[in-house]
Design a protein. Structure first.
Length: 222
């Protein structure tokens, strides 16, 4: 019974999303927007539940236990971090209060700066540094030809792509037809190829989801 109810709800929500294809009609547009609002609301609720069960609750349990610690500073520092996070969250709820706008904006600035710092560190450790290591780690000459050509291609692509962002042609000295122009052209071609591959992968993923939903509609409708 529960599975049939969930299938029926999924069927109705899918039809509400596909109603967007019918245009901006008075009733149809409300169906699509209602489905979008339901999706956003359930996503926010799911994020809140996961954050509470996976972060807040375990942290609170460890804070209450002196034998455990999330940081090397000890349980006392864990309590300070936990209560500071709760204070910041409570201050963010005061955003509608105009007089306290400077305080909530300061908290938002701290959140944005910390998020940017985490993103930069993640990009360096997860993308740039592994790319540099993989580029510098060329195989030996006794390796097979395929591995050697693949490594040289990675090296060439990395260098030319980085070069294309910084190289500027000086038209007065005729440099637009020099070696730098060729490197820049190769780098731009490789960047466009990479973006095209990413775009194609996104389209294929979207088509996969679309076909799955269409198959679900036909299967449930039958």
């Amino acid at each position: 019974m529960a599975e049939n109810t969930l299938a029926l709800i999924s069927f109705v929500l899918t039809l509400m999303v596909f109603s967007y294809l019918l245009g901006d009609l008075p009733l149809i547009r409300h169906l699509y927007r209602s489905a979008v609002y339901i999706f956003i609301g359930t996503s926010a609720a799911f994020t809140l539940i996961v954050g509470y069960e996976s972060l807040l609750l375990p942290f609170w349990q460890d804070v209450q236990n002196p034998a455990t610690s999330w940081t090397v500073l000890g349980a006392q520092a864990d309590r300070l971090i936990f209560y500071s996070a709760l204070l910041f969250a409570a201050l963010l709820l005061l955003k509608p209060v105009t007089r306290l706008g400077w305080l909530t904006n300061s908290i938002l600035a701290v959140v944005v700066v910390m998020g940017a710092a985490v993103a930069v560190v993640g990009a360096l450790r997860g993308t740039l540094l592994p790319l540099l290591i993989a580029t510098a780690r060329l195989p030996t000459l006794d390796a097979d030809l395929g591995t050697l050509l693949e490594s040289l291609l990675v090296l060439l692509g990395t260098l030319t792509a980085l070069f294309s962002f910084h190289y500027q042609v000086n038209a007065s000295d005729g440099g637009r037809y020099g070696l730098g122009k060729g490197f820049r052209t190769i780098g731009k071609a490789l960047i466009v190829t990479a973006l095209g591959a990413i775009y194609a992968s996104t389209i294929l993923s979207s088509l996969t989801i679309l076909t799955e939903r269409i198959a679900f509609l036909f299967q449930y409708g039958a």
